[in-house]
Design a protein around this ligand. Structure first.
Ligand SMILES: NC(=O)c1ccc[n+]([C@@H]2O[C@H](COP(=O)([O-])OP(=O)(O)OC[C@H]3O[C@@H](n4cnc5c(N)ncnc54)[C@H](OP(=O)(O)O)[C@@H]3O)[C@@H](O)[C@H]2O)c1
Length: 278
């Protein structure tokens, strides 16, 4: 038995994070299956596309996962509301996989749970996922990335013509911001370089760039939302929906809870993509 994982399925391997993971694994000479709901989806060259109608049926998913050791969940945000992630993990077990890389791609929720901000309700499934996977008899891996670079302009309501933006607090707290490409390269490097024993039931952190909001928004006229008001907004899920989640993201940047402890060095990863475009 090899000491390293060699065969992977990337669910959502056509998306922003997933396509970069697939490309990076392939660049290391690893075998990649991409699960997609559409036969017309473009997958990374060298990957095998397997079409699944949906993530509702565990048996169908298990067939699509045959021969795979690691199942990577890079499904889009909307999938978090349903059973897609749990079904994928159940199917991974059925297909004989060993490890599920969780649809986490965020911040240290265990630490935030213990702090005063608390975990946003949209992310409670992510918090519970590692134990769920262990209960199935599988190992989990999750990756902390901080904020994804592409989300930054939307999150801060950037108007690049008027040069305005909105943030929570004074904007001088350091946080981690990582691009999709760097996330993909980090995952590829981790699987290529680390033995199985260092990946099973682990949390790894990748850091593309550490910055403050003031640094990234230099030259912009900034509206500062009061953190107390932001905390109330972040808890008003029924009234504000996605806005409550975005406010929560800005709040954890303000509190410093979006600063990731990086494993770049132990994984042998060097960030190459640190630009933030407004
Ligand atoms: N830390 C951050 O700032 C941050 C930012 C953005 C996202 N994220 C996390 O990263 C994850 C991946 O995000 P992403 O932006 O890479 O995803 P994405 O590009 O929006 O979607 C990835 C793929 O998932 C599939 N998909 C989309 N919606 C689905 C659904 N409802 N059910 C099943 N499959 C669906 C699609 O593939 P097919 O159509 O080919 O099936 C899509 O190409 C998210 O779930 C989120 O948790 C974190």
């Amino acid at each position: 038995m090899s000491s390293h994982f060699t065969s992977f399925a990337v669910a959502g391997g056509t998306g922003q994070i997933g396509k970069n993971i697939a490309a990076s694994l392939l660049s290391h000479g690893l075998r990649v299956v991409v699960l997609t709901r559409s036969s017309s989806s473009k997958v990374a060259e060298g990957a095998e596309a397997r079409v699944v109608a949906s993530y509702d049926d565990v048996d169908t998913l298990a067939k699509a996962l045959q021969g795979v050791e690691v199942v990577i969940n890079a499904l889009g945000q909307e999938s978090l509301a349903g059973e897609s992630g749990s079904n994928l993990a159940r199917a991974a077990k059925k297909a004989g996989a060993e490890l599920v890389l969780a649809n986490h791609w965020g911040v240290d929720l265990e630490a935030i749970k213990k702090g005063s901000t608390g975990v946003h309700p949209f992310l409670l499934g992510k918090l519970a996922f590692p134990s769920f996977v262990n209960e199935l008899g599988l190992a989990y891996l999750q990756i902390h990335i901080g904020l994804l670079t592409s989300v930054f302009p939307l999150l801060t309501s950037v108007d690049s013509e008027k040069k305005t933006a909105t943030i929570v607090g004074p904007g001088d707290t350091k946080f981690t911001i990582t691009s999709e490409e760097d996330v993909g390269r980090f995952v590829g490097d981790a699987f290529a370089k680390l033995p199985k024993k260092d990946l099973l039931n682990q949390t790894l952190g990748v850091s593309g760039r550490v910055a403050t909001l003031n640094e990234l928004l230099a030259g912009y006229s900034i509206t500062h939302v009061d953190p107390k008001e932001a905390l109330e907004q972040s808890r008003d899920v029924a009234g504000l929906g996605v806005k409550s989640f975005f406010t929560w993201l800005l709040l954890i940047i303000h509190t410093g809870e979006s600063l990731i402890k990086p494993d770049n060095t132990s994984v042998g990863f060097v960030s190459k993509d640190t630009a933030v475009h407004l």
